[in-house]
Design a protein around this ligand. Structure first.
Ligand code: SF4
Length: 443
């Protein structure tokens, strides 16, 4: 039996699809790092762990640390009878979870949940702890708890009124301070206080956030709601963090989770990259969150190439009926041309095309895909998920065939929740077209 102060769990994902495209629970890992720095002993249980030795089948790994998760088919929620796809639970078998938890003694449990529509994974854990450890406090953070607090409260009040629990709304350092009033640390502080990627069985990549929030305010995005203030962290600290993971653990792949990585380039990312280049490291950087194409010019593109940027996604959104104000098509074309001149190839690049907006124009999406093809930048369809508290959520409420206000499951992007009558054949056709264009461009 292992004794710890806190048990931190990254839940299963219940969904039609899920992929380890540099997907880690950054907030939970940040909390783990800060708790250790105050002397708390933590146990981190990643229920998505693709390297767990007891997985019945080893998930395939891909380039740069990305890969698949282990999955099991489960019944599709009733809401989605009209969706012609199978539904899965991604992550460790339940029996493996029971074995892991059965070996632990802990004072409290900390849970997270990223997407609003992934809450069934969180609810399965709440149910387990409420039944088996009813006296242990539960702390619940993550995007779902922040955006849908009433949904979560209703579930717990209705089913487990005895539970001692709370939603974590404060920033991580204030939360840790609050815990200090209730729990004594049981060991010496552990430094550095970085997000605790070393608690994973393997570290195929590390996620870095050089900033929080975004200075823009697109009507479909949660960034403003989650982080009302745009804040960039000191470049020297980021250089130290990346150096730590590279030197101590040999990590070479780093994924930026920033929403606005290129803003204030000369005073921020430029300094970080110069600092790392000066150390002579050979690193690869990836931007699963789109970069702002408007902020890429020839000089910056060359700099990004020299510094090791390997996967770059740009936010194209769409060619017609554009709804953001952050980009013109001319700026997009200049950025793509600058990236190609700097030596990037179609293997490195990709453009996100927003798909599935209320009253979507499928022909317009097709034209956007062909536009992307002409520019030789592989298109990736980014299916629209309505996010509570955003202007487009209100619009989607009018057009959706689901009760998206009451039921977060129905925010799932794979079900095209903003469409009244999705034409699955056409959707399939467009997805296929995007796939063929990508394949042809990458050769
Ligand atoms: S630029 Fe990106 S991160 Fe910023 S508000 Fe728009 S979609 Fe969100």
């Amino acid at each position: 039996m292992q004794e710890v102060d806190f048990l931190l769990i990254n839940p299963w994902i219940y969904d039609f699809s899920a992929h380890d495209f540099w997907l880690r629970p950054y907030g939970l890992l940040k909390l783990a790092g800060r708790l250790r720095a105050k002397g708390y002993k933590v146990y981190y249980l990643d229920l998505l762990d693709p390297f767990h030795p007891e997985l019945p089948k080893v998930p395939k790994r891909n380039l740069y640390g990305t890969g698949h998760f282990y999955k099991e088919t489960i019944p599709k929620p009733d809401f989605f009878r009209d969706v012609p796809r199978r539904f899965f639970r991604y992550g460790l078998p339940y029996s493996t979870f029971l074995k892991e938890v059965g070996n632990l003694q802990f004072k409290a449990v900390m849970l997270t949940c990223t997407m609003t529509y992934w809450y069934p994974g969180l609810f399965a854990l709440i149910d387990f702890f409420a039944q088996k450890f009813p006296e242990k406090p539960l702390y619940i953070g993550g995007i779902y708890a922040k955006l849908c607090p009433d949904h979560l409260k209703n579930f717990i009040h209705l089913n487990y009124p005895w539970l001692n629990w709370e939603i974590v709304t404060e920033d991580v350092d204030s939360f840790v301070e609050k815990l200090r009033a209730h729990f004594e640390p049981s060991e010496n502080p552990h430094f550095p206080p970085y997000p605790a990627f070393d608690l994973h069985r393997k570290i195929p990549y590390v996620v870095i956030m050089t900033s929080q929030g975004c200075p823009f305010s697109c009507p479909y995005c949660a960034s403003r709601k989650l982080y009302p203030r745009f804040e960039q962290f000191p470049p020297e600290e980021i250089i130290e963090e990346i150096t730590f993971w590279h030197v101590k653990y040999g990590v070479t792949d780093f994924a930026f989770y920033d929403d606005a990585l290129l803003v204030n380039f000369e005073r921020h990312l430029g300094i970080i990259l110069e600092g790392l280049l000066a150390k002579g490291y050979k690193l690869r950087f990836h931007t699963p969150n789109a970069l702002h194409a408007r902020l890429i010019n020839e000089e910056r593109a060359k700099f990004l190439k020299r510094a090791g940027f390997t996967t770059i996604r740009l936010g194209l959104e769409r060619v017609e009926r554009r709804i953001d104000q952050k980009l013109t098509l001319e700026e997009f074309e200049e950025a793509v041309s600058a990236l190609y001149s700097a030596g990037f190839s179609a293997e490195n690049l990709g453009a996100y095309v927003l798909f599935g907006l209320p009253e979507e124009d499928f022909e317009g999406i097709k034209r956007t895909l062909y536009y992307s093809d002409r520019l030789k930048i592989p298109p990736y369809l980014a299916e629209f998920s309505p996010i509570p508290g955003t202007p487009l959520f209100d619009l989607a409420k009018e057009t959706s065939r689901y009760p998206i206000e009451e039921e977060p499951l129905c925010h799932n992007k794979s079900v095209f929740p903003a469409l009244k009558n999705p034409d699955w054949e056409k959707i399939h056709e467009l997805k296929n077209l995007a796939r063929v264009i990508r394949k042809n461009l990458k050769g």
